[in-house]
Design a protein around this ligand. Structure first.
Ligand code: FAD
Length: 433
């Protein structure tokens, strides 16, 4: 059992971040954005493009949290299917909500093209392979609901899924042509570059320790500086910390961990995800995987809470690779890293108005590459004065999760339980032949 050297593959292959410095002294702006991930960067970019004096304050560096650590899978939709969204929010708002989340990948890819961001874009779709025949009917219903709304989503049979994934493991599944992949850290850094070009400002290593109400607005206090503005956008997601206890308690941070193999040998490369799609399977603890521009397989699933994870902690990932791609036996694992996904009680992202002039957007439940980008645009529109009816997305009240203090214990127990159920399922089922 060896302690792992934690380093993300993305930190090796991304272009450098734009130059930035700490906030020192007293400054003023029109809008303060707290958090330099996709939510904050997208919000700030849209505000800067609308001519607002906007400043991002980031605790650490750009994209060092979820936005630079994730799987880079650009996925349409949220956890709920569109019919369910309409049932939850009514025909008008529900239909617009479904359109917004359906178009989320379009927004990401159009932004990348418009801004000239170099982030290894592949837009050949997203797969949801079915781990068991029982998973197929809900996927068929999902495909049908999206197709009814004109989205290019289809159910594919076992043979087609085998060809798409290069794995014998799955018995069919969903092929959603709206999705794709990006190099996630390159995307975050590209958004930061674009923000600076649009006239926005960015201070890194500048954690906001306190947000004070002052005459005409708010003052964000960092260890060495103070920034005042009429409006504030809080974009701290799973890493909200002590800044706002109410907001922090609306999400449960769940660890997700990834491993990347050595480059796949040339003779196998053309058989593993040959079309370049990304995949997230239907296991209870879903496994999400893709290849990158250098031909490595990147495999993720729920992770460990350990501060210094070991090879033992990564065993579920190694096992997932050998189960899904036994042909890769013997290929080494060169990168290991993880981060926290913000889960909400209703499995939906939330846009809150914390107080007049203070907005927050968070809780993407593992689908934030596209959705946090969209949320940033929605937050910017709201800060610019858009009314509820114009947003096409609900502005909801802050509802802290009950017994949040115990959620870490609950997450640990749930992960163990679901992993056990998945293992029992696999034992009880012959591999699809
Ligand atoms: C391992 C992993 C894999 C994932 N895979 C996928 C995937 O393949 N596809 C997908 O769609 N989604 C995925 N996600 C989810 C996705 O990464 C997130 O939903 C998205 O990045 C959220 O962006 P964000 O800007 O809201 O949060 P973050 O990127 O976490 O940004 C929040 C920022 O706020 C900063 N901050 C916190 N407190 C303060 C403060 N007081 N002052 C200043 N700054 C502060 C933090 O330092 C951080 O940089 C994954 C997440 C993880 C962790």
């Amino acid at each position: 059992m060896t302690t792992l050297a934690l380093q993300s593959l993305w930190s090796i292959t991304a272009p450098p971040a734009p130059p930035s410095s700490r906030l020192v002294g007293a400054r003023a702006a029109e809008v303060i954005v707290i958090g330099g991930g996709y939510t904050g960067l997208s919000a700030a970019l849209h505000l800067a493009e609308a001519g607002r004096a906007v400043v991002v304050l980031e605790s650490d560096d750009i994209g060092v949290r979820a936005s630079g650590l994730n799987g880079g899978q650009v996925i349409a939709g949220v956890k709920h299917d569109p019919d369910q969204l309409q049932a939850m929010f009514g025909d008008d708002l529900g239909a617009r909500y479904a359109r917004t989340v359906s178009g989320a990948p379009d927004e990401v890819f159009e932004l990348i093209a418009r801004l000239g961001i170099h982030c290894d874009v592949v837009r050949t779709g997203w797969l949801q392979p079915a781990d068991s025949p029982a998973a197929l009917p809900p996927l068929a219903a999902r495909a049908e609901q999206w197709r009814r709304r004109g989205a290019p989503v289809e159910l594919v049979a076992r043979e087609a899924m085998r060809e798409l994934t290069g794995s014998q493991r799955y018995c069919g599944g969903l092929f959603d042509r709206r999705g794709g992949t990006v190099q996630p850290l390159s995307y975050a850094r590209g958004l930061a570059q674009a923000l600076l070009r649009a006239g926005g400002e960015l201070f890194t290593r500048s954690p906001v320790l306190r947000l004070a109400k002052i005459a005409g607005g708010f003052r964000a206090e960092t260890p060495e500086g103070r920034l005042s503005a009429a409006q504030v956008i809080v974009a701290t997601n799973a890493y909200t910390g002590q800044l706002n206890a109410q907001l922090r308690r609306t999400v449960v941070p769940v660890p997700s961990f990834q491993v990347a193999t050595a480059p796949i040998p040339a003779q196998l490369r053309a058989t593993i995800l040959p079309g370049g799609q990304a995949a997230s399977d239907t296991c209870r603890l879903l496994r999400y995987f893709r290849t990158d521009a250098s031909g490595r397989l990147v495999m993720g699933t729920r992770g460990t809470f350990a501060a210094a994870p070991t090879t033992h902690d990564a065993r579920h990932h190694y096992r997932a690779v050998s189960e899904i791609y036994p042909q890769l036996a013997g290929l080494g694992f060169e990168y290991h890293w993880g981060g926290f996904v913000a889960m909400t009680a209703d499995h939906l992202p939330h846009l809150h108005e914390l107080a007049p002039g203070v907005l927050a957007g968070l809780g993407y439940n593992g689908r934030g590459v596209a959705m946090a980008t969209v949320m940033g645009r929605l937050l910017a529109q709201r800060a610019l004065g858009a009314a509820d009816a114009e947003l096409g997305f609900p502005v909801s009240a802050v509802r802290p999760i009950r017994l949040h203090a115990f959620s870490g214990l609950g997450v640990r127990a749930t992960i163990q339980y679901l992993r056990l159920k998945d293992s029992l399922d696999r034992l009880g089922r012959r591999p699809p032949g």
